[in-house]
Design a protein around this ligand. Structure first.
Ligand code: SAM
Length: 238
């Protein structure tokens, strides 16, 4: 069986795709998740175990929704930083930060080669991003590297439900409804055909936990949300 790492698309294709859908990304996110993504993000923020004055890095930050959710838990004395390699997604994140008066910083960068010193942050998160990265091990190693010992690495991602009725719902929703909505909402419907493809090749929750443990993270746990359509994983840096 080929590993998920081997069949993930080229980074350049992923970047071009997100640049292309950036303007409609937030709306599509709300439609696809029926608005539930805010709740899932709040749970991810809780899993990051942050407190006032702490620092947190959000990789694959996109339009900044996870980054902004993290800001509340570190407060004005803390610092939140988002990194993404789609300039168009970052532009939207920066515009939103200005409009909302949020202090988050956004940087261009690759999640697998972060330009930060080791132990720079109290936690590092990734929301709906690792599915797009060819080598999962590389991204968790890199996220762990920039977090201080004892800090958390948190991953929120779409996964494949294994139990009915969510298994059947998932097939109809992600394989038929989402690509159709994508065709209506964006000129390039291929981005929303890509979504179910990317989830299909993504490892199941227990496999992802094993990959995280394999990078040296300790106390790796996960929780399935929305009937197993979304998985929230977290672990501590040693
Ligand atoms: C589905 S969006 C998620 C955005 C945001 N985290 C959220 O929760 O809405 C995935 C993002 O990952 C970014 N991305 C994918 N691979 C990346 C990489 N290797 N380095 C940095 N960003 C990457 C894409 O540009 C895109 O903005």
């Amino acid at each position: 069986m080929s590993s998920p790492a081997k069949v993930a698309p080229e980074p350049e294709r992923v970047r071009t795709m997100f640049d292309g859908i950036a303007g409609r990304y937030d709306l599509m996110n709300s439609i696809i998740s029926a608005g539930r993504h805010h709740h899932w993000r709040r749970l991810a923020v809780k899993a990051a175990a942050l407190g006032p004055g702490m620092t947190v890095l959000d990789v694959c930050c996109g339009t900044g929704e996870m980054t902004f959710a993290l800001a509340a838990s570190v407060g004005p004395a803390g610092k939140v930083t988002g990194v993404d390699f789609s300039r168009r997604m970052l532009e939207i994140a920066r515009q939103k930060a200005l409009q909302r008066g949020q202090l988050a910083e956004f940087h261009y960068g690759d999640a697998t080669h972060l330009e930060f010193e080791p132990n720079s942050f109290d936690a590092c998160t990734v929301g709906f991003g690792v599915r797009n990265i060819p080598c999962l091990r590389d991204v968790f190693l890199e996220m762990s590297r920039v977090v201080r010992p004892g800090g958390r690495v948190v991953c929120l991602e779409i996964t494949k439900p294994t139990r009915p009725p969510f298994k059947q719902f998932y097939r109809v929703w992600f394989d038929a409804v989402v690509p159709a909505l994508g065709r209506i909402a964006s000129r390039d419907g291929s981005a929303y055909r890509y979504l179910p493809e990317s989830v299909r090749r993504f490892p199941a929750a227990d496999e992802l936990a094993a990959i995280m443990r394999g990078t040296g993270l300790k106390q790796v746990r996960y929780r399935l949300l929305a009937g197993g359509i979304v998985a929230l994983h977290w672990g501590s840096v040693n």
